[in-house]
Design a protein around this ligand. Structure first.
Ligand code: SF4
Length: 374
């Protein structure tokens, strides 16, 4: 199987913490959609395997009309071999949700909604610069739960300045009381060149310490386990049958095609990324000039990617995916993490324990290899 990612590069307003590529001006909307459809046509020969997942991300894909989204789905089906049971995910913001739109999304083939809730508290939403209100956050999940969409998920953010364990617990209780079948929970990080980074630099905002964020992550794991949502990736929890097939394929190294400005693609050996600039993307598609860069990954780079993505999953990374012997080359680090109870090596896989999940990226980095080392 393979996947298609479609990046819709528009948002109503800029959230303070966000470093994704988007524009708050919709002036180029029609030209952008035309350019993206040109890109799909020009890359029709790039996916060998049938398409198992289509994912509309952004940006805010729910800003697009049902007709526009439907035309992408129809184009994907006529251009590639799309599996009859493909998962088709739409990222949507709570202020864009109505029962009419949910019915329309369902009718064009959307099978999964990923809702950018982030918080159920008005003060937090205002601080984040979100376009929706706490009322939208609650009303939208009630509407989705009744809409007959095959699966859905919400995003929540923890590790916010001043967030207590009680506040985080309350957020999780609201989500669980509303029957969420899947939750993506992200710890707030300060990305360079965001409004939040500026506020932190000016000491207008003080980020919480690692201990607070770590305690909130522990509470998250406890609450989801009790509620029967599998912790199948560091930030993702889902009931059986509701895990994200698109993201799971990405973590397993399955090839995918990324359409739109800033979108990344991977074909098993080459990683490619489109220009993160709407005007340049449109102009290049119009003139038939190059709008992407790419690099052919070395065996060591492919091994490191497998470690970085695989170790974040509950299934861990299959040793056979490690083209370079990262375990042999880093045997002392592996032994250290195994004996400290952070890592398990067995059954042909390397898997993080619950304690190890706190340090997933650091452990992966300690097992990285380079091409030239013996
Ligand atoms: S809606 Fe999403 S993509 Fe747009 S600015 Fe906010 S976090 Fe970023």
């Amino acid at each position: 199987m393979s996947g298609i990612y479609i990046h819709i590069p528009f948002c109503k307003q800029a959230c303070t913490y966000c470093d994704f590529h988007f524009s708050t001006s919709l002036k180029q909307r029609d030209a952008m959609l035309h350019a993206m459809q040109q890109e799909v046509n020009s890359r029709s020969s790039e996916l060998d395997a049938p398409v198992g997942t289509i994912y509309f991300g952004g940006g805010t894909p729910s800003l697009m009309s049902e007709q526009e989204l439907g035309s992408f789905i129809a184009q994907a089906k006529s251009t590639f071999q799309v599996d009859a049971n493909a998962e088709v995910t739409l990222e949507a913001n709570p202020d864009d949700i109505t029962s009419e739109r949910l019915a329309a999304w369902r009718s064009i083939g959307i099978t999964r909604i990923s809702l950018g809730t982030q918080s159920f508290r008005e003060d937090r939403l205002r601080w984040m610069g979100r376009a929706h209100t706490a009322e939208h956050a609650l009303a939208s999940i009630d509407l989705i739960a009744k809409a007959g969409i095959a699966s859905w998920t919400i995003d929540l953010i923890y590790g916010l300045p001043g967030m207590t364990l009680e506040e985080w617990d309350e957020q999780l209780t609201i989500a669980l009381d509303h029957g969420v079948p899947h939750l993506s929970a992200y710890c707030l990080t300060v990305e360079p060149r965001t409004a939040l980074a500026h506020q932190v630099k000016q000491a207008m905002v003080h980020m919480p310490g690692d201990d607070d964020q770590s305690a909130q992550f522990d509470r998250l794991m406890e609450r989801m386990e009790t509620a029967g949502l599998d912790h199948y990736e560091i930030s993702n929890f889902g009931k059986p049958g509701h895990h994200s097939r698109h993201n799971t394929a990405y973590w397993e190294g399955v090839p995918y095609l990324g359409i739109g400005p800033s979108a990344h693609s991977f074909n098993g050996t080459t990683r490619r990324w489109n220009v993160s600039n709407n005007a340049r993307y449109i102009k290049a598609l119009d003139e038939g000039t190059r709008y992407w860069e790419q690099e052919i990954l070395t065996a060591a780079q492919r091994t490191n990617e497998a470690l970085l993505t695989g170790l974040r999953t509950s299934a861990g990374v299959a040793i056979e995916r490690l083209e370079v012997d990262a375990i042999g080359r880093n045997s002392s680090a592996v032994e250290r993490y195994v004996s400290s109870g952070h890592l398990v090596l067995g059954g042909g896989r390397l898997v993080l324990t619950k304690a190890g999940r706190h340090f997933a990226d650091r452990i992966a980095a300690d097992l990285f290899v380079s091409d030239d080392a013996g």
